[in-house]
Design a protein around this ligand. Structure first.
Ligand code: GAL
Length: 350
């Protein structure tokens, strides 16, 4: 009798644990609110969760989806093979649309082949695939920006700041000597920002000298390392730090602060791209000179608006005010941010 009681007890405990697991899995794979309300399932993959900017896009997508969709959110850990498996799993789980931030833009075709086979619509975002790949499927679109625009705007901003602050030309040679922190090589944003910022400076009539340029993979810690090396090599010869994103600009600031810069007269101007809240704080305190707003809220909202329409078999733009370019693209504009308009950036991250 005692034994039977024990067995029943153990069985009950196992069932409860199993129930918790099943419950968790449900909550885990599809957002709780969406699942409860029987909303359409949308599969999302973010190339990696520990990317500063993408963590805001993700959060704002989740916010935009409340009451509209059940999201199955996946972090792809910067591994394209993993992301491709995640897409297979999402299709098996019965999602009605896919929203994919590719790890490798060149993998777009492979993802589209899977989507086509399952007759699913796809919204790519943040990492732009080749136009020819998008042209090959009538149910795929891209939400992002015009990469070149961020480089051009950053160039205009640097030119304006440089002209307004003659003291920044430390050796008085009339030439802006810079170091440049590049994002991930091959990433459309990294390539375009690196090219166009310098082209724009030259267009603005500013003489430039590149002391050093290297990738820090969008990453603050890697940027601190790079900047440590450049500071010990070039020291005060550096007249500008140009970063492809704010994460790396913040990394450069950490390096400069360590070496006693950014206080009193030991100043080197730094600019980035994104306008994430941490960078805005640095702009307010004067340690960073400017950034280019990459509007996380508009991009996150546009991705969800489009995916929700598709998942409900509605027209792509129904009930929205997004403008479609060349039948395939929603491009959210960039905006320059300096001390006098930080409020514009605040709105784009909450
Ligand atoms: C860029 C952004 C970077 C990084 C990258 C990831 O648009 O400026 O900070 O998030 O996307 O693909």
């Amino acid at each position: 009798m005692k034994n039977i009681k024990k067995v029943i007890e153990l069985l009950t405990i196992s069932l409860v644990i199993a129930g918790i697991f099943v419950g968790c899995k449900n909550i885990d794979s599809f957002s709780r609110e969406g699942s409860k309300g029987g909303l359409p399932k949308i599969g999302v993959a973010i190339y990696k969760y520990d990317d500063n900017f993408m963590s805001y896009v993700r959060m704002l997508m989740e916010k935009a989806a409340i009451g509209k969709a059940a999201l199955n959110m996946n972090g792809s850990e910067n591994d394209q093979a993993k992301q491709s498996e995640q897409v297979d799993t999402m299709i098996t789980k019965g999602v009605k649309a896919l929203a994919i931030n590719l790890v490798d833009p060149k993998a777009a075709q492979g993802i589209l082949d899977k989507a086509k086979a399952a007759k699913l619509p796809v919204i790519f975002f943040n990492k732009e695939p080749d136009a020819s790949v998008l042209a090959g499927y009538d149910k795929v679109w891209y939400v992002g920006t015009n990469s070149a625009e961020s480089g051009i705007l950053q160039g205009k901003m640097i030119a304006k700041l440089w002209k307004a602050n003659p003291g920044w030309d430390k050796d008085k040679d009339g030439i802006l000597s810079y170091v440049l922190l590049k994002g991930e090589p091959g990433h459309p944003d990294a390539e375009a920002r690196t090219k166009y910022v310098i082209e724009e400076l030259i267009k603005e009539g500013i003489g430039v000298k590149e002391l050093a340029k290297d990738t820090a993979m969008w990453d603050a810690v890697k940027a601190t390392d790079k900047m440590d090396g450049w500071l010990s090599k070039f020291g005060n010869k550096i007249e500008f730090v140009i970063a492809n994103n704010d994460g790396m600009a913040l990394g450069a600031i950490a390096s400069l602060e360590k070496s006693g810069y950014l206080t009193g007269s030991k100043f080197i101007p730094i600019v980035g791209v994104d306008a994430i809240p941490d960078a805005i704080e640095k702009i307010k305190s004067g340690e960073m000179s400017g950034t280019v707003l990459n509007n996380a809220k508009d991009q996150g909202t546009a991705i969800i608006d489009l995916a929700v329409n598709l998942a409900n078999n509605r027209n792509l733009l129904e009930g929205t005010s997004w403008k479609l370019e060349n039948n395939k693209y929603i491009r959210v504009p960039y905006i320059n941010i300096t001390r006098d308009n930080t409020d514009v950036a605040d709105q784009a991250y909450k």
